[in-house]
Design a protein around this ligand. Structure first.
Ligand SMILES: [Fe+2]
Length: 381
């Protein structure tokens, strides 16, 4: 099934918008508390042309929190940059562990190299200074392409909300290049294990990303996205008949758009064999690894956040207004309410239990503490 077939068109003049609680409730892989049954009637998003997204795939981004990036033909700079980075990434992960360990940091998956046995190895690049020499050239070129695309996409999203492009690109422009200064944005390279064998295995638990937008490129299918209409995961990358990327909405954008763009639930699974589009051909043999490139655009830390400046007739009044905070403070409050799927399994369980206890305590005091809303979910990063 194509993305287009899965997207509900908005044909009426008014869109019946779910309350933020109902948006969360739609994603049953997450646990949420429903506060009220408030419903707000808002106009539809203004039509915009998201770059590199086919017209029939455009609405999926706001409705589901994910869509497909289709490369230009016959050549596409982003696709070429991704192929070069895949090559560099495979060569890097093939290097001895003792060398890769020199890129380990105290902040784990937020920067540098790390390994979660039985699941994956990853390296998170934040600035040139922490980028291995083997990756510098390809990572810089890819960052420039992906950063440029997501910056432009964010501008169109801003316009779809009835705002000037700059209202949202002010958060992304300072992160559009891999430079000497660390920014909130990151480039993560993964080598997932378990792509051999007879059974599917989940190698990244269900979660939603924390930032504004994420762009995922996989060298073999593995990404599955949450379909809110049928309440199931959808094997998005298996639908790609030609190389394509996947675009995901993160929690920061959901907050800044007052839920008009929902964050996209997703997971990564290893499949026992690759399905070919031609049923007369035998399945391709399984591969030991899946490589992926994930560009995570996060709002530039020092930029102030004031939802009064983002309020339009399309966003409607903010359910949880944000004033007098920075993008970094918004990020920290979202991050502290979620456990990190890229930490070791034992540490993940500790984080999960700690957050469940926080949630229980805050539910007891709900109504007394406005910040409780930030802790209503117990989910992964
Ligand atoms: Fe993710």
């Amino acid at each position: 099934m194509t993305v287009a077939a899965k997207v509900k068109s908005i044909t009426s003049g008014l869109l019946r918008r779910r309350s933020a609680d109902n948006v969360e409730k739609d994603q049953t892989h997450d646990q949420h508390v429903q506060n009220d049954e408030q419903e707000v009637f808002l106009p539809p998003l203004r039509p915009v042309a998201l770059p590199k997204v086919l017209p029939s795939h455009q609405y999926a981004l706001s409705e589901h929190g994910w869509t497909t990036v289709t490369y230009n033909e016959p050549t596409d700079n982003l696709h070429e940059a991704s192929q070069a980075l895949f090559q560099a990434s495979q060569a890097f992960f093939d290097l001895p562990q003792s060398y890769k360990e020199t890129f380990k940091t105290e902040i784990g998956s937020e920067e540098g190299w790390s390994r979660i046995e039985g699941e994956k190895e990853l390296i998170t690049l934040r600035c040139l200074g922490n980028t291995p020499k083997e990756l510098k050239e390809a990572a810089s070129a890819y960052w420039a392409e992906a950063g440029g695309l997501l910056n432009e996409t964010l501008g169109r999203i801003s316009e779809s909300l009835g705002l000037p492009a700059k209202s949202l690109t002010q958060y992304s422009e300072p992160c559009a290049k891999l430079g000497s200064e660390k920014t909130a944005t990151m480039l993560r390279l993964f080598r997932y294990e378990g792509f051999e064998g007879k059974e599917s295995k989940t190698v990244a638990e269900p979660h939603r990303d924390l930032g504004l937008l994420s762009l995922v490129n996989g060298d073999t299918p593995g990404l599955e996205v949450w379909d809110r209409n049928v309440q199931k995961y959808y094997q998005l990358e298996r639908t790609y008949a030609r190389p394509a990327g996947s675009l995901l909405v993160g929690r920061q954008l959901e907050r800044l758009s007052n839920g008009r763009y929902v964050s996209g639930g997703h997971l990564v699974r290893s499949y026992p064999e690759e399905i070919t589009s031609d049923p007369t051909k035998p399945p391709k043999p399984s591969r030991p690894y899946r490589f992926s490139i994930v560009f995570v655009l996060r709002a530039h830390s020092p930029i102030p956040v004031d939802t009064d400046n983002l309020t339009t007739s399309i966003t409607g009044p903010y359910k949880n207004p944000l004033r007098d905070i920075t993008a970094n403070e918004l990020f920290s409050s979202i991050q502290s309410a979620h456990f990190n799927i890229n930490t070791h399994i034992e540490e993940r369980e500790v984080q999960r239990q700690r957050l469940a206890e926080q949630k229980r305590q805050l539910e007891e005091t709900k109504g007394e503490n406005e910040k409780a809303v930030e802790y209503q979910t117990v989910e992964a990063v």
